[in-house]
Structure formats: structure tokens, C-alpha cells
Design a protein around this ligand. Structure first.
Ligand code: UDP
Length: 239
């Protein structure tokens, strides 16, 4: 597969066209940002871990019946994916209060919900990704009602599959962010990445944070946390 022109460079990834218009190559970087780009840094080796972890989790989700953009891992940092039109929403599922939820509602971090919650943010850097509800999504024509039903169903199913999987690795899936896209025929599939950049992952026994909060909150041991969570995943057969 020939990598051709770079289409996009984001905070953590570069995206390249290929000689097949239906396929793109994603190249994961070690760069990290937080707080809408205000905090910048690098996490050595992160790109490799995020690429490999995301691919393993996406393959597992495919087997559970959730369509994803994953096609083939090409190298340590590069993956061939299906080209989609990204729906500009961050779809956030939470099992335990943390981060912006705790701050917004004054709930201590660590409060376990009786059922998972789902919320959406409008992906828009200028507006700092504001929280948005389904009726506003429809008003802005970001997605149709039937598409939102599919997204909601997939997101909650992803939570079931990944929560169970991470639990087997001794890791609690606290919350995570997904992005979905449309194939040319309109099919909704899971896109972007699933990694310690986009999930909160806590050691099930000690509660230790094994995700990007170590970077956001200057907790130290950032590289070690990413390596540890990858080791746990691989220790569990990798798939
Ligand atoms: N998240 C993400 N990208 C974002 C915002 C959030 O991947 O731009 C993830 C984050 O890593 C966490 C979950 O979504 O796993 C919920 O994040 P939250 O809304 O608590 O925001 P934060 O505290 O990270 O600002």
C-alpha cells in the first residue's frame, strides 16, 4: 500500500492518503496535548502503544459485532484504515465519575454509577468542544436521529465488551471517548483510536491511574503507565 500525500496532522496522529481512495494510513506520534492544546509534551513510545492497543481493541470489537475502521497494522506506528466522513462528536461513556463529570456536577472522582452514562461533545477546537445534547445535534445537522441511535447502541456495547476485557487484565475502564464516521454508503463505523489517551484506565486493585491523566495532572511515571497497561493487555493474549 503506497503512502501518498499527508491529508491532516492532528495532535497525536498524522493521516495520509493511499493509492486506494477508500483507504487511509494513520501514523501515531508521541506528541501529547491536554486542556484543548494548552499543555503540550511528548510521551516516549506512546505512538507505538496507542497504535497497537487501538488495533487490538478494534479487532476485538469487530469480533463482537461492532464495525470499525481497522483494516491492517502496517508497522509499529502505522495502520491502514477505512476512509470515513468523521461525525464531529466526542461520544463519552462513563462507568465511574472522573474528570469533567466530577468537576461539572461536584461529584467525587471514583463514584461508581449504577448504570453507564453517555454524553456528547461537539468537536470544535474554537469552541473548546462544548457539551451537546441529541436535539442540538439534530438541529445542527451533525447526525440524523437514526444515526444517533446507532451510535448510542454501539457506544454502550463497546463499553460492555471493553469493560469485561479490561477487567480480565486487572484494569477498570472508568470512562472513554469514541468517534464514529460514515462510509460512502452511509454505514456508521467506529473510527479514531481507543488508547490510554482516550480512556481512563485504573488498576483494579490499587486504583493507580494508567492513562493520560498522569500527563494531564503531572503525576509522573507517564511512560511507565502506558507501558504497564500495554503489558497487561498483551499478558492477556493480546487479543
Ligand atoms: N477524552 C478524550 N478527548 C477529549 C476529551 C476527553 O479522549 O478531548 C476522554 C478522556 O481521556 C476520558 C473521557 O474522554 O477518558 C472523559 O473525559 P472528560 O470529559 O472527563 O474530560 P477531561 O477531564 O479529560 O477534560
Amino acid at each position: 500500500m503506497m503512502k501518498s500525500e499527508q491529508l491532516y496532522e492532528g495532535k497525536a496522529k498524522k493521516v495520509f492518503a493511499t493509492d486506494d481512495p477508500a483507504l487511509l494510513i494513520v501514523d501515531y506520534k508521541d506528541d501529547a496535548t491536554a486542556f484543548n492544546g494548552l499543555k503540550k509534551g511528548t510521551i516516549a513510545g506512546k505512538g507505538i502503544i496507542n497504535n497497537q492497543m487501538s488495533n487490538r481493541l478494534m479487532q476485538r470489537l469487530e469480533r463482537a459485532g461492532i464495525p470499525t475502521h481497522f483494516v491492517e497494522e502496517l508497522s509499529e506506528r502505522e495502520t491502514l484504515v477505512k476512509r470515513v466522513e468523521i461525525i464531529p462528536l466526542e461520544v463519552i461513556v462513563r462507568n465511574i465519575a472522573a474528570g469533567s463529570f466530577s468537576k461539572r456536577y461536584g461529584v467525587p472522582e471514583g463514584k461508581v454509577f449504577s448504570a453507564p452514562t453517555i454524553e456528547y461533545s461537539y468537536k470544535n477546537d474554537e469552541l473548546a468542544d462544548p457539551l451537546i445534547n441529541t436535539s442540538h445535534i439534530l438541529a445542527l445537522q451533525l447526525a440524523r436521529a437514526d444515526e444517533m441511535e446507532t451510535i448510542r447502541r454501539y457506544a454502550l456495547r463497546v463499553n460492555e465488551v471493553l469493560s469485561a476485557f479490561w477487567a480480565e487484565c486487572g484494569v477498570t475502564l472508568v470512562d472513554f471517548k469514541l468517534e464514529f464516521g460514515r462510509l460512502p454508503d452511509g454505514t456508521i463505523i467506529l473510527a479514531d483510536e481507543i488508547s490510554p489517551d482516550t480512556c481512563r484506565l485504573w488498576d483494579s486493585k490499587t486504583g493507580e491511574k494508567l492513562d493520560k491523566d498522569r500527563f494531564r495532572r503531572d503525576l509522573g511515571g507517564v511512560e511507565d503507565a502506558y507501558a504497564e497497561v500495554m503489558r497487561r493487555l498483551c499478558g492477556h493474549g493480546g487479543n
